[in-house]
Design a protein around this ligand. Structure first.
Ligand SMILES: [Zn+2]
Length: 263
């Protein structure tokens, strides 16, 4: 059926040109982390739009409605209760980052190590501290501790305040895949510096934004890309927002889960 449609469509197009090859060597993101931190939780890009630029990645949904995971060209939501559900591609995102994953470097962990040691091992394999990488970690974990956030209502609070409503989950003796990126400090207004992973279990029933983990037996794959493409829309009210101030401390609190509620 699909073949028939393809041929019919081909005849309908002048010249029957083959589609442009996918650009696999770029990390593509919608908006900047700075805008998300300031409470810009509604975007115009659909996941159908985003998946044209990659089938692997993470992000969130309009109204900050959960943690987003893209894997194998499918989009999943980890809801406020830590449950994973497939998401229709017409849904929209304020912040997503994707790429077409190609394995350039691998690293195998054969016994349990804590999250800090695990990150040090990956650090040693990164070709440069000045460019971002996509990273996939597949295998078994002694535990993975995650969080997800509840859907927000406008007028939106800033992310650091909205994140106070998060729920945390711990999955023990679990198999799954950590989907994520490493970004250099020098790009901390563009994306989350350091490691940022979202996790679904192998059966795609549980997951979240990773706060801590103890990998037991995993394979780490690193995708080296040569370009970063950031699609920022300049519109009201972002034109009048204060996007210049430093957010490093806020970002560290949000990403690690170690913040104190703001007064
Ligand atoms: Zn996240």
């Amino acid at each position: 059926m699909r073949v028939t449609f393809c041929i019919a469509a081909c005849f309908a197009l002048a010249g029957c040109a083959s589609p442009a090859p996918r650009d696999r060597d770029v990390i593509y993101q919608t908006a900047s982390i700075a805008a998300l931190l300031e409470g810009f939780f509604d975007g115009e890009a659909t996941f159908a739009d985003v998946l044209r630029h990659g089938d692997f990645g993470l992000g969130t949904f309009n109204a900050l409605d959960g943690e987003m995971i893209a894997i194998g060209g499918r989009v999943y939501r980890v809801d406020h209760d830590g449950r994973v559900n497939r998401v229709p591609l017409h849904e929209k995102t304020p912040f997503s980052i994707v790429t077409f994953f190609d394995v350039d470097h691998t690293l195998v962990v054969t016994h349990p190590i804590d999250y800090a040691e695990f990150q040090k091992r990956i650090d040693a394999r990164l070709p440069s501290r000045n460019e971002p990488y996509a990273i996939r970690v597949e295998g078994e974990f002694d535990f993975v501790r995650t969080r997800s956030v509840p859907r927000q209502r406008p007028p939106y609070r800033r992310l650091v305040d909205a994140a106070n409503d998060q729920n945390e989950f711990e999955m023990t003796s679990v198999s799954g895949v950590m989907v994520g990126f490493w970004f250099p400090q020098q790009m901390s207004d563009v994306n989350v510096p350091g490691y940022h992973f979202h996790f679904p279990t192998d059966d795609r029933t549980r997951g979240g934004h990773v706060l801590d983990a103890r990998p037991r037996r995993v394979t780490v794959a690193i995708d080296e890309t040569s370009r970063l493409s950031v699609a920022v829309t300049f519109d009201e009210p972002s034109r009048s927002a204060d996007l210049d101030r430093s957010r490093r401390e806020e970002l560290e609190k949000i990403e690690s889960g170690k913040w104190v509620p703001l007064q």
